[in-house]
Design a binder for this molecule. Structure first.
Ligand code: NAD
Length: 483
């Protein structure tokens, strides 16, 4: 038994020990040092958390709270996140190995998500409907759903949790969060901040643990009104099947294999920086990673050279160090998966231009992998078809616009796409023809709480961010009154 700190669940406004009495260890992926032990949640813990959330949902202190007041609470929560940003950023870096620089940036913009939904809270309203019968008054109202389950991955835990939590609370739901087993800590701290902000106990609960135990139990819980999930397409498919048979809603934000397309009329220097950021930021562990790079034949050599040269100089090391440009992968299996895909690519005939090896991050001993560029690849290869979720770019030439549209859309995914061109008409044509929920032109990775996003095809169901997401967390009632 180690003397590591033990983290408890957060249920009904307090820390709660796991029913099983079991904990699991979390380690720092940069150093492999143990960080803490988190409560291993099971069905009994989920039961308790859902009961607390249900009681809070039905409690008049939450149910009858004015929309204005709910907005105030969200605003206060945003303020508290801002005040605790450095602590929260460091928690995430230690857990998942992302760069402190990047996490500081994410945390700096996180309050905006709460402010955005705080501003929306008192603007949610129904309509009076002009039916053909003048003697009848028909109006609609938007009602909260009840207890929402939020299941999140490890790659941007607080941001991805916030995309669910802020709109769910804005309209009056209560929430049970099941964070990834690799990043338990920041969600627990966030839940504590909700209480500090004035949300009633039970409005936000966190059960830590594994997907097959706590996650599955949450999905299967009969008192759940909705699941909002971000994670892999495989898990999303399981959740979709489980929720469909119970007729409860699910918002699913899933995987991607996004194309990043560079035309011959692009500013190639700028485009190459966009390609590098698109795939090597966060060591490629982003759902929107631009992992399939298509370069017009006329600029292919130049783009490849620029990307490969930059990849060679990317500084790998301690994610807490401001000079580091690439941190570790988040855990050993993740590093092995990336290494396995690069080996597979080699055996499929791909050529490794740069990278292609695991490394120890300059003596840190963690799960690092070099930024890797593959060429001599095509759409039939698994390295081009499957999500690697690591710092591996596959660069391919194309000749015509029609050809690249066909190649870019030849994937089961449809999360995002990048286009680099100075031709305005082409930019619009591409934006219209690409089968992706988000299209960036001459930029990549831009995101805002105000801008709705949706995964097409196997990349998801439902919308996050923007006003559209309110519909995901409410149901519509139509009331008829005979006057
Ligand atoms: P994952 O699907 O393995 O796990 C995600 C979450 O689901 C974790 O909390 C896990 O414990 C839980 N889970 C696993 N099995 C479960 C089950 N049977 N029932 C209920 N919950 C279960 O995904 P991951 O490896 O943590 O995350 C990486 C994936 O997330 C990538 O595919 C990435 O593209 C995707 N992602 C998507 C977005 C987006 O917005 N579309 C954003 C970030 C990450």
């Amino acid at each position: 038994m180690s003397d590591l700190e033990q983290l408890q669940h957060f249920i009904g406004g307090e820390r709660v020990t796991p029913k099983s009495g079991e904990y699991f260890e979390s380690t720092n992926p940069a150093t492999r040092q143990p960080l803490y032990r988190a409560a291993r949640g099971n069905a009994a813990d989920i039961d308790r958390a859902v009961a607390a959330a249900k009681a809070a949902f039905e409690d008049s202190r939450w149910r009858d709270l004015s929309q204005t007041r709910r907005g105030h609470l969200l605003r206060r929560l945003g303020d508290l996140i801002g005040e605790n940003a450095e602590e929260l950023a460091r928690m995430e870096v230690l857990d998942n190995g992302k760069l402190l620089r990047e996490m500081r940036g994410q945390l700096a913009s996180l309050p905006e998500y709460y402010y955005y939904y705080a501003g929306l809270a008192d603007k949610i309203q129904g309509d009076v409907v002009p039916t053909s019968d003048r003697k009848v008054l028909n109006y609609t109202s938007r009602e909260p759903l009840g207890v929402v389950g939020a299941i999140t991955p490890w790659n941007s835990p607080l941001t991805l949790t916030t995309s669910k939590l802020a709109p769910a609370l804005c309209v009056g739901n209560t929430v049970v969060i099941k964070p990834s087993e690799y990043t338990s800590r920041s969600a627990l701290r966030l839940a504590e901040l909700t209480v500090e902000a004035g949300f009633p106990a039970g409005a936000v609960n966190v059960v830590t643990g594994f997907g097959a135990e706590a996650g599955q139990a949450l999905v299967d819980h009969p008192d759940l009104a909705k699941i909002s999930f971000t994670g892999s397409t495989a898990t999303g498919a399981r959740i979709a099947a489980a929720t469909a048979s119970r007729f409860i809603g699910s918002t699913l934000e899933l995987g991607g294999k996004s194309p990043n397309i560079v035309f011959d009329d692009a500013d190639v220097a700028n485009a190459s920086m966009g390609v590098v950021a698109g795939i090597f930021a966060a060591a490629g562990q982003t759902c929107i990673a631009g992992s399939r790079v298509f370069a017009h034949r006329a600029v292919y050599d130049e783009l490849l050279e620029r990307v490969a040269e930059r990849a060679k100089t990317i500084r790998i090391g301690d994610p807490l160090d401001d000079a580091t440009e690439l941190g570790p992968l988040a855990f050993a299996d993740q590093r092995d998966k990336v290494a396995g895909y690069v080996d597979l690519g080699r055996s499929e005939g791909a050529r490794v231009v740069t990278g292609g090896n695991a490394c120890d991050g300059g003596g840190l001993g963690g799960y690092f992998y070099e930024p890797t560029v593959l060429v001599d690849v095509d759409n039939d290869m698994r390295v081009v078809r499957e999500e690697i979720f690591g710092p591996v770019a596959a660069i391919m030439p194309f000749e015509t616009e029609e050809e690249v549209i066909r190649l870019a859309n030849d994937t089961e995914y449809g999360l995002a796409a990048g286009v680099w061109t100075t031709n305005l008409s082409r930019a619009h044509r591409m934006a219209s023809r690409l089968e992706a929920g988000t299209v960036w032109v001459n930029t990549y990775r831009a995101m805002s709480p105000m801008s709705p996003r949706q995964g097409f095809k196997s990349s998801g169901v439902g919308i996050e961010h923007g006003t559209e997401t309110i519909k995901e967390y409410t149901r519509l009632k139509s009331v008829w009154i005979n006057t």
